[in-house]
Ligand binder design. Structure first.
Ligand code: PAN
Ligand code: ZN
Length: 194
């Protein structure tokens, strides 16, 4: 009985990756897609967002859940692919969130493309880490995190996070990050938002 359970869990959680392409080739893959319409309130230039096709895909997340969401001690594994583009002078970026459980950290590792990881602590101090193929980023549990694609090709990064990290999107929707990453003379510049 025990052996069968182990086998079931293994077959359900086994997956195969194309590391450099940022693809989960096999496995019980879940996906969410964020279209332009899903990102209302995130960009400074809301009018520019409204002018876009609401169905335009901005980014997608694919992941596997080898353990139950909310359970203690497990890990999720996923990839986020952000399309290239801008809304006003800001780059296509993830919504950004704190983990609901502020003690739960996360790893990001870039597969391809270039971007910026934007981090913010609870005092709203905001800074960036450049992302490029092979760059590995440790996000402390208490930091809000968001990724912007600053290149002209899709940006794909792997992520590993605890099953009981949860998401707190609310705080970001209300006040955003302490600074915005804006395109100035073709380069990403972090500009105070508070
Ligand atoms: C990632 C993010 C993913 C999309 O898997 O959820 O990159 O970003 P948003 O969730 O902010 O839209 C992660 O950080 N998980 O904890
Ligand atoms: Zn996270």
């Amino acid at each position: 009985m025990k052996a069968l359970e182990t086998f079931d869990v293994f077959t359900k959680t086994a997956a195969s990756l194309d590391w450099l392409a940022g693809e989960i080739k096999e496995g019980a893959v879940r996906e969410f897609v964020k279209n332009a319409r899903d990102l209302a309130g995130i960009y400074a230039d809301e009018a520019a967002l409204q002018r876009m096709n609401p169905n335009r895909v901005m980014y997608r997340v694919r992941w596997i859940e080898p353990a139950l969401p909310g359970s203690e001690g497990g890990l999720f594994w996923g990839v986020t692919i952000i399309e290239p583009g801008q809304v006003g002078d800001e780059y296509f970026m993830t919504h950004g969130h704190f983990h609901a459980n502020r003690t739960r950290a996360e790893f990001y590792g870039t597969a391809h493309g270039t971007g910026m990881l934007v981090l913010m602590n609870k005092e709203r101090k905001t800074w960036t880490e450049p992302m490029k193929p092979g760059s590995l980023h440790y996000v402390r549990g208490e930091y809000a995190h968001r990724v912007a694609n600053t290149g002209d090709k899709p940006l794909a990064f792997w992520a590993c996070w605890p099953t009981d990290a949860g998401y707190d999107y609310e705080a970001i929707l209300l006040r955003g990050f302490g600074a915005r990453l804006r395109c100035r003379d073709g380069k990403p510049v972090l500009i105070n938002n508070d």
